[in-house]
Design a protein around this ligand. Sequence first.
Ligand SMILES: *Cc1c(COP(=O)(O)O)cnc(C)c1O
Ligand code: SF4
Length: 457
Amino acid sequence: MNIEPHNLRFYGIRDIDKIPQLQKMSPSDRRAMKVVASVLPFRTNSYVVEELIDWSKVPDDPMFRLTFPQMGMLEREHFDLMGRALDANIDAHKRKELANQIRLAMNPHPAGQKSANVPMLDDEPVAGVQRKYRETCLVFPSQGQTCHAYCTFCFRWPQFVGMDDMKFATDEARRFADFIRREKSLTDVLITGGDPLVMRTKNVASYIERFLEPGFEHIQTIRIGTKSVSYWPHRFVTDRDADDLLRLFEKVINAGKHLAIMGHYNHWVELDTPVAREAVRRIRSTGANIRTQSPLIRGINDHSDVWVKMWDMQVNQGCIPYYMFVERDTGARHYFEVPLVRAYEIFQDAIQRVSGLGRTARGPSMSAFPGKVVVDGITEVGGEKVFVLSFMQARDPDWTKRPFFAKFDPTATWLDKLKPAFGEDAFFFEKDLDAMSRRRPPELLKVASGPNGAVLH
Ligand SMILES: *Cc1c(COP(=O)(O)O)cnc(C)c1O
Ligand code: SF4
């Protein structure tokens, strides 16, 4: 298929008065965008603006909501504070101070996850690695900590506004590779970000090729978490080093490893442009698989029809639906979150309407401190209405797939809002979890904060 190159331009807060499509909006709507973008990260690009957003449906268009700031993302009080500051034209330093003050009130680092997943090598924390589960560790390449556009709901937002320093990412010494070589219980390495595919191919290769060398036989699968298949599919098609990237994928496969592209898609629109289809086709032609995942976001994909169509299109294009996540407890969460009961209903309604090949999707899953907790159902036991829950992944692998029960709560949006059912005073895993936290070596508390212990892509 012949795809024309696209001249990629990035847009940020300074472009709000320049993006032609925005000029139809009222000045006060554009002011609201600038107010929000002064606190939360805003970045989009010309492909998203020109090919994914349906401007006749703005402001309700899901792709618009995915990258453009919206007034409701800030609490009213914060919005007014920043709005008055912008109107008064306060200096950049004061504006930044105010922005940081508001950001700190938005739970930038949920539930003690700053350092709990950083592993140790020779009694020193390993920069750029997180390991929460036995089989899989995450690697955060230092040059891959940004994205082709920013999702409004992203839980890594503190990093994009410069609140988290980059000490978290891999260091020059690249001790992460030594760590992975020695840890024979690992089978999967997940290269993540940000979006590691903002890096040029030669940098991507410098991370991946080492895992093909002797000493890494235990690493069976290399995963790359990316949103590029949606925000910049030209990365795989017309970019100058697109072909080199595909050759790199082939090299991984020829070395006898599995390569899984963990594609972040929130809506079927992202799969429906010619270049997006071509990107998927080209990736798959290398022998790599694409597994897809997304959080459930109010105003973007909180309807089962969206998921049915998205999963059907993914299966049709040869992708494998993987996770539906529950929106995390940080940032503009109040604006995007969906109650667990609603998340479960959407999942249950969608999954019954796709073929078995689409039912590889699992969820709705909360990446919480103890592990990935899935809402398996809502039922009544001995007259009490309960959520049926289980771990898909757990800090202690033995917790996996043991059903447990929480009191039904129609407003709960996260695990920490749930209470054990049947009058019990704790969930079965809580005592072990406490003991585990007490065993954490104190050195870890010195490690810089960073992307906090869960993976979206
Ligand atoms: C989800 C996740 C993984 C991978 O889990 P899988 O179920 O194997 O996809 C690894 N590490 C962290 C921290 C995660 O959140
Ligand atoms: S959700 Fe992923 S693609 Fe979106 S901004 Fe966050 S890290 Fe980037």
